[in-house]
Write a protein that binds this ligand. Structure first.
Ligand code: CO
Length: 199
């Protein structure tokens, strides 16, 4: 017996609970996906994108990495954005950061962590960009603020990406939002930094 059998059992229970609500739910989804949202979030296990928004399979296209970064040379993230915008025609891209982000915490320390340091360097760049504001803060306040600033910077990076610029040039409806999630209360806050066209 596999140590993961309980997960496979959970899966069957989950399938049955969805079918109890809508018997042909999975058959419908097999035809096509038409999500309205692209979620760009942190890989953190405490932030299950679809679940915490109360949405269902088929509702959200998802990209996750350490500290919800959108790096210009990251073809993985760019391919996801391209596919979501040009083919799935999502109407909203949500970059959702979170308080207590381990990636952001690493960026605030001078310790070396190994391979992940190259990735963390992108968060350190954001820290450097906002060094004046951050220098006035300490401890958790500083960490929380960098989580917010990093999320808003990634929104800027989404907006500057070729697929998003092209979509706006075509006149396609597309809104990019910055949200932040509280792992201690499960609540999402809107950082009021939404962008709906070229600036
Ligand atoms: Co995180």
């Amino acid at each position: 017996m596999s140590k993961l059998d309980h997960i496979l059992k959970n899966n069957i229970d989950w399938v049955n609970s969805i079918k109890a609500e809508k018997v042909d739910f999975f058959e419908g989804l097999a035809e096509q996906q038409t999500p309205d949202y692209l979620w760009i979030g942190c890989s953190d296990s405490r932030i299950p994108a679809t679940q915490l928004m109360g949405l269902m399979p088929g509702d959200v296209f998802v990209h996750r990495n350490i500290a919800n970064m959108v790096v210009h040379a990251d073809f993985n993230a760019l391919s996801v954005i391209h596919y979501a915008v040009e083919y799935l025609k999502v109407k909203h891209i949500i970059v959702c950061g979170h308080y207590g982000c381990g990636g952001v915490r690493c960026a605030l320390s001078d310790d070396r962590f190994g391979t992940v340091d190259s990735w963390i360097q992108h968060i350190k760049d954001v820290k450097h960009l906002h060094r004046e504001e951050l220098s006035k803060l300490e401890g958790v306040a500083k960490e929380d603020r960098l989580c917010e600033l990093n999320t808003m910077e990634q929104v800027q990076n989404v907006c500057k990406s070729p697929p998003v610029q092209d979509a706006w040039e075509r006149g396609q409806e597309l809104h990019v939002h910055a949200w932040i999630y509280g792992i201690n209360d499960g609540k999402i806050q809107n950082l009021q930094h939404s962008i709906s066209g070229p600036v």
